[in-house]
Design a protein. Structure first.
Length: 84
């Protein structure tokens, strides 16, 4: 559904929604949600290739020193935070 068609549909629904029963209103809601979901899939924020390129760039970029001791760091954090 194009943006123009969606806007026209939304205007029509807004003007006539009060005259519909709950079942009809529910049907319109399903149409709107379906259109929103399709639009979401069609227009991703970035392409798959761009996503994979960024993933490759940042994977493994966070390195810790060889002498890093996670248990010691965690215990020091608990001591600072809670005085344990």
């Amino acid at each position: 559904m194009s943006d123009v068609a969606y806007a026209a549909f939304a205007t029509t629904v807004k003007n006539g929604i009060d005259g519909l029963n709950y079942e009809q209103q529910f049907g319109i809601l399903q149409i709107v949600i379906s259109a929103m979901n399709r639009k979401k899939v069609r227009n991703p924020l970035m392409s798959r290739e761009e996503s994979l390129r960024l993933f490759d760039k940042f994977t493994g970029s966070m390195k810790v020193p060889q002498d890093f001791d996670a248990k010691k760091e965690y215990l020091e954090y608990l001591d600072e935070r809670y005085g344990l």
